[in-house]
Design a protein around this ligand. Sequence first.
Ligand SMILES: *[C@@H]1O[C@H](CO)[C@@H](O)[C@H](O)[C@H]1NC(C)=O
Ligand SMILES: *[C@@H]1O[C@H](CO)[C@@H](O)[C@H](O)[C@H]1NC(C)=O
Ligand SMILES: *[C@@H]1O[C@H](CO)[C@@H](O)[C@H](O)[C@H]1NC(C)=O
Length: 334
Amino acid sequence: MRCSGQSLGSSLLLVLSTALPTLALTTPTPVFTLPGPLQPASWFENLAVRPDGKILATRGDAPEIWQIDPATGTGALLVSVTGAFNLTGIAEVKPACRPQYYSSNCPQGETYVFGSSHIPAPLQITPGSAKVWTLHLPTSGTPTVSLLAAMPTAGFINGIAAWGTGRVLLGDTEAEAVYLMDVATGAYTTPLTGLTGINGIKAAKASGYIYRADHISSTLSRIPVDGDAVATGPAEILAANQSVDDFAIAVDAAGQGKAYLGAMYDNKVVEVDVAAAPSSGPGAQTDLATNLSGTGSGIVTVVAFGRRPADSGLLYAAVGQGGGNAAIVSLDPN
Ligand SMILES: *[C@@H]1O[C@H](CO)[C@@H](O)[C@H](O)[C@H]1NC(C)=O
Ligand SMILES: *[C@@H]1O[C@H](CO)[C@@H](O)[C@H](O)[C@H]1NC(C)=O
Ligand SMILES: *[C@@H]1O[C@H](CO)[C@@H](O)[C@H](O)[C@H]1NC(C)=O
């Protein structure tokens, strides 16, 4: 989600990048562009890649989820959400199989949780409009959307990540908090507060860490947490001085690996070396690809890994508000 507070980070970056080693840039490959009339203000806010490799993309400028097949470069409207205006984060979640909530069999197929808010214009959010929804994709048949929880006291539900089985983390940018929601009931706790600028969020529950972007301080950080997502120690800064929205991360059990940041207004994707926990400060940050929109301007909102054998090493990034219609491009980080 675009927000204010980027200009300082961006100008610092310009200064810094002169001192950083330049690596060869990757050329983005166009995968899919929203069809239809020119909508320069269109944008995808978030992506979730299905186990079969198809990409679910939430539209920030309409209450729609699109499904894109990167194998063919084709995409179509999957669901239109009645009662929502603008869609936000999306994540796959494995529902807990509790017979008291599912009358006969536990649901088969795939379940996703996504958010919505009313965003009448950029940087404006209608108070009390946040909602959380479930998208169910049965093994065969029609997808269904149901309201999981209206959250009138929440601010802006932005990034979403599964937390083990049956629960999701919801980042609230305005309340600067993370909620932990039960996917069967919509009941939630607020394990983390005081998270200024919280935007994208990723979970490593087994190793006890939450990774999160902060678009106000322009950082990526990692918070050690317990099984209920309550902090057990101070956050570590993994990347700094970088405009950031949502991101992809591939780290081992020790927390070592790479992160790929959707660099929001910078219209690029940045690769970050992530050290094992506890890290001693930000790792190397290098531009993987710039000018993602191909127009010189645009907003990169999210990066996600492919999940097919053919593309599990590739990244998909969403770029919008860049002069044309919202688009998805692929990048090869290797
Ligand atoms: C939010 O969605 C509505 C349609 O539901 C659209 O008119 C509006 O432009 C969107 N806001 C942004 C910032 O894209
Ligand atoms: C970020 O900027 C601050 C202030 O200029 C500088 O001290 C720090 O080293 C920078 N960090 C990174 C990781 O570039
Ligand atoms: C972005 O890419 C397009 C298409 O290759 C090119 O025409 C344009 O000059 C580039 N803009 C910048 C700022 O690099």
